[in-house]
Design a protein around this ligand. Structure first.
Ligand code: SF4
Length: 301
């Protein structure tokens, strides 16, 4: 693959992350993304290693903080394509507040959740997406918490593209990645990802038996007019909350009518989109253009 780096990929054999990174290579290739204008920001966990394996700009950020790093990058330079990769512990545990904040802002960023329902890197503790009373190989007792419904949370937070795919359905995941990246606004993909080492419940065999495609129930995720947005959102949440053991995959919701954060900033700072912070001249002849004397006086007062 053109976008593959020669860094050794040290995920365990059978890990769903291999499927995800392969779909990322293919999606980037088919979209023809310019590596110098594309950034992957990852958090901490097995999924976080992906920033080293894809030949675009990469930031391997702090635990739970991939989204704020990504928001800073996107706001400083809105012409970049920014994709966040994080695990369920990373994005929905310590990083939950940032996950919700991105939805409210509708920045044009794609968030890819590597959802294996455990903290794989630290030996399989329960993550925020593990069902109540489930017990992974790494746990001594079953989990007492209820799981977060990832799709319902993203929809309620304001993400304007919300989808789910599965790590080993390469073609499906690739197409959803492409649509999410092309979408103008905050996009979220919940990728079901087996952890071959610490989880013996949500295996490839389990997913083969339980997933179904939203097309099978005739779901149309596109909001076609602003009036339709609310009813479609409520219906999408209802589908995401359906209480049975089948797992829908596909696109739940696409709303192209919400202003992005970049457009909102530009309403009040008219030159922002043509002259964003990353393109501003900050020095001349090696000297900063900041008026230090002004700051000195300001803080002396
Ligand atoms: Fe993958 Fe689980 Fe191994 Fe982490 S611990 S690399 S998620 S199989």
């Amino acid at each position: 693959h053109v976008y593959r780096t020669d860094v050794w990929q040290d995920w365990c054999p059978g890990c769903g992350n291999y499927g995800i990174v392969t779909s990322v290579y293919k999606a980037f290739e088919e979209l023809g993304l310019d590596p110098s204008k594309t950034v992957i920001v990852s958090g901490i966990g097995c999924s976080g290693k992906i920033a080293h394996f894809v030949n675009v700009n990469g930031v391997h950020a702090l635990h739970g903080r991939a989204i704020p790093f990504a928001m800073g990058i996107k706001i400083a330079n809105p012409e970049l394509t920014v994709v966040v990769h994080g695990g369920d512990g990373d994005l929905l545990g310590i990083g939950m507040a940032h996950f919700v904040a991105l939805g409210r802002r509708n920045l044009d960023i794609t968030v890819v959740l590597h959802n294996n329902r455990v903290y794989g890197l630290t030996k399989g503790q329960a993550s925020p997406t593990l069902p109540r009373y489930a017990k992974s190989r790494g746990m001594v007792k079953p989990n007492l918490h209820d799981p977060i419904n990832t799709i319902a949370l993203a929809l309620a937070s304001g993400y304007t593209f919300v989808a789910r795919s599965y790590a080993f359905l390469g073609e499906h995941l690739k197409e959803i990645l492409k649509r999410a990246i092309m979408h103008k606004g905050a996009a979220f993909i919940d990728v079901l990802q087996p952890c071959a080492t610490y989880d013996e419940i949500f295996t490839p065999d389990y997913y083969r038996k339980h997933i179904y495609r939203l097309e099978e129930i005739g779901w149309d995720p596109e909001v076609r007019s602003e009036d339709e947005a609310k009813t479609k959102l409520v219906k999408a949440i209802e589908i995401a909350n359906k209480a049975d053991d089948r797992i829908p995959i596909g696109i739940f919701y696409i709303n192209p009518f919400v202003e992005t954060f970049e457009e909102r900033i530009n309403r009040y700072a008219k030159s922002y989109l043509v002259n964003p912070p990353a393109k501003r001249v900050i020095e001349r002849d090696g000297k900063p253009l900041i008026d230090r004397e002004m700051f000195r006086k300001l803080f002396a007062e």
